[in-house]
Design a protein around this ligand. Sequence first.
Ligand SMILES: *[C@@H]1O[C@H](CO)[C@@H](O)[C@H](O)[C@H]1NC(C)=O
Ligand SMILES: *[C@@H]1O[C@H](CO)[C@@H](O)[C@H](O)[C@H]1NC(C)=O
Ligand SMILES: *[C@@H]1O[C@H](CO)[C@@H](O)[C@H](O)[C@H]1NC(C)=O
Ligand SMILES: *[C@@H]1O[C@H](CO)[C@@H](O)[C@H](O)[C@H]1NC(C)=O
Ligand SMILES: *[C@@H]1O[C@H](CO)[C@@H](O)[C@H](O)[C@H]1NC(C)=O
Ligand SMILES: *[C@@H]1O[C@H](CO)[C@@H](O)[C@H](O)[C@H]1NC(C)=O
Ligand SMILES: *[C@@H]1O[C@H](CO)[C@@H](O)[C@H](O)[C@H]1NC(C)=O
Ligand SMILES: *[C@@H]1O[C@H](CO)[C@@H](O)[C@H](O)[C@H]1NC(C)=O
Ligand SMILES: *[C@@H]1O[C@H](CO)[C@@H](O)[C@H](O)[C@H]1NC(C)=O
Length: 618
Amino acid sequence: MWCLKLLLTLLWNFHDVTCQWNVWLPRDISAMTNSCVVIPCTFMYPSGIKPYRGIHGIWYFGQPYPQLFPPVVFKTRTDVVHESYKKRTKLLGDLHQRNCTLLINKIGTEHSGRYYFRADLGGANMYTYPDFAELKVLDQPSIDVPEEIVSDLNLELTCYAPDNCPDMSPEIQWMYTDYLPDPEFSNDYLEEGNTAVLSSTLTFIPRPIHNGQLLGCRVFYPNTTLVYERLISLDIKYAPRSVWVNLSSEVMEGKSVVLYCEVDSNPQARISWMFGDKELVWDNAANISLQLDDLSAEQEGVYICVGDNGYSMMNTSLYLTVKYPPREPLVNNSMTVLEGTSLDLHCSAQGSPTPTLTWLKDGELVGIISADKLSVLEIKEITPQGDGHYRCLAENQHGRASSSLNITVEYSPILLDGSKCTVVREGVQCVCMAIGNPEPTIEFYLPDQNITINETDRQYSFHTHTDGHTSTGMIKMRENGEQVDKDGPAVNVHCSIYNMYGRESVILELQQEKKYMMAVIVGSIGGVAVIAFIIAAVRYVGHNNKKENGSPRQEEVPEKPALYYSAVKKDKQNLRKKVVRHDGEMNHDNNIVSDEGPLSDGSGVLCADYMRSNFFIL
Ligand SMILES: *[C@@H]1O[C@H](CO)[C@@H](O)[C@H](O)[C@H]1NC(C)=O
Ligand SMILES: *[C@@H]1O[C@H](CO)[C@@H](O)[C@H](O)[C@H]1NC(C)=O
Ligand SMILES: *[C@@H]1O[C@H](CO)[C@@H](O)[C@H](O)[C@H]1NC(C)=O
Ligand SMILES: *[C@@H]1O[C@H](CO)[C@@H](O)[C@H](O)[C@H]1NC(C)=O
Ligand SMILES: *[C@@H]1O[C@H](CO)[C@@H](O)[C@H](O)[C@H]1NC(C)=O
Ligand SMILES: *[C@@H]1O[C@H](CO)[C@@H](O)[C@H](O)[C@H]1NC(C)=O
Ligand SMILES: *[C@@H]1O[C@H](CO)[C@@H](O)[C@H](O)[C@H]1NC(C)=O
Ligand SMILES: *[C@@H]1O[C@H](CO)[C@@H](O)[C@H](O)[C@H]1NC(C)=O
Ligand SMILES: *[C@@H]1O[C@H](CO)[C@@H](O)[C@H](O)[C@H]1NC(C)=O
């Protein structure tokens, strides 16, 4: 009856139903060292067999075959057992009830292995069942740890304690859980195939900070000294949570620098240093150093350290500044311009920090000091004084550099102070000085004689001299020569100055020291004539003074100077006023007449004649 029931239970459905040799054992069973274990066991034998002199049984360890002499764990016929099982084993089951349940006490790890039951029904009816119970003797509880523990995801850890010893029941405690955030514990009891396991599950959310920390499970049997502990080190995977790099820094050109990057991640990340799109160096490590030697300006920029460990990617950047003294500034080429032209001079210079840019003209500061990359010197309507050497100076704390250009200003001639006729011993000497670029050509014109005196015409001791942009022309007229008329206006000299940009004509005045002149006048003529001469003299002097104060000589040019004026000059009438004023200052000390000393030695007649002619003109 019981045999059939078992058969049905196991759906062992042979049509020819007969009870066979069969055993039911837990396939796996475990126990803690020094505790005990009960291996539950029931068996069957063919119903046809009638046990002879009772039912006996043997438990073997390791091997089912008696021929191989496996260690005997327990034997009902004798108490001869293997040394390691002496006084430890006891058959709890009643073999007549087909109950072969075995107890092993004070179990040790050496007892781990397969246990086979052999039924001995007398005579030849002996049979070792091939099914076995595999016993595991544990000196530590086991903990179920997920293969991969990922930070911030719920984690369950389960600790197991076998409960197969009826004398005592285990308890489980988790250790080192104080630092865990809100740990939860839940116990479970699992019975399966006549074996029992107590488990305790710890639930919490691991954080990167918990990586590497210890956790423990302690199994103990109350009222005994048996305690078992298992420690595990948490291996918590987490994406890079910090990528530490140096602060942005400044380094001198040519020097070396080490950029350090440290990534906190588990597992270690692939760390790389990037500059722009270029990966400069990489490693699978916790840190990486990028060494840059002999830094150049091109190496300035953003350096990014990227950490990637498969869970995620993270990066941090720094800015490396490469300092260097200014490079030679870029400026315009030297140029030649016409006066009145407006121009912008550009200066730009590389340097770190950005250099200040200063424009100097002939060593003097012009314009403003600029802190921009580009400095533009605006020159509006350049005057002849704008001619010169322009230098752009770039400076920062590491050095200075400069570039220069020359500006040549071309302009139509300007008559200089000191252009005049003076009475000298031999007659009258006329000097005409002009400045211009290209240097002006000087001609004299004697309207009374309708004579033009120029370089091809060497009469009147015509002499010209050119010094830079200044031209000087000089003629001398003798008192008794044809040029000094006995009756008419004695000296009437025009000076004409020109270059490719213009022509100008002026009347040269006769100048003489006033005292000397007055003495001559008073000494030679008396009576009513004196008064007429005094009036004339006063008017002359006043007129002369006025002219010395200003310089409106051009205004004296005769009304019809078509021959001497060019269109160019008229177009630039406004400019020229400015030019002349500057010119006066510039040539203040450069008056060739005063350099040569007073040219006042002359005759009163000539003076009187001149005054008379002047008087009449006025
Ligand atoms: C076998 O014997 C053990 C010990 O006496 C007992 O606990 C168990 O219930 C028995 N098994 C069966 C199937 O009767
Ligand atoms: C342990 O022993 C104490 C007293 O000796 C008893 O009260 C308690 O129930 C025992 N605990 C267990 C699990 O046997
Ligand atoms: C970057 O940091 C590392 C480590 O702290 C240091 O050795 C290195 O000199 C630093 N580099 C710079 C440029 O500050
Ligand atoms: C960089 O990592 C290595 C191991 O990968 C370690 O030995 C070294 O100390 C670390 N360097 C620093 C500055 O932390
Ligand atoms: C650095 O990270 C930012 C966002 O966190 C991302 O947009 C950028 O592409 C990353 N740079 C590199 C070089 O990985
Ligand atoms: C100077 O150079 C700049 C840039 O090359 C240009 O824009 C500017 O017109 C130049 N100035 C002159 C006067 O040629
Ligand atoms: C400018 O002129 C001076 C003298 O005339 C000359 O020495 C110098 O080389 C010139 N500079 C440039 C840039 O042309
Ligand atoms: C001056 O002389 C030139 C010839 O040399 C003549 O053509 C011109 O008409 C003369 N002018 C006057 C005002 O006499
Ligand atoms: C000098 O003047 C004469 C007459 O006006 C003229 O023919 C000649 O070309 C002039 N020479 C120069 C060098 O200007």
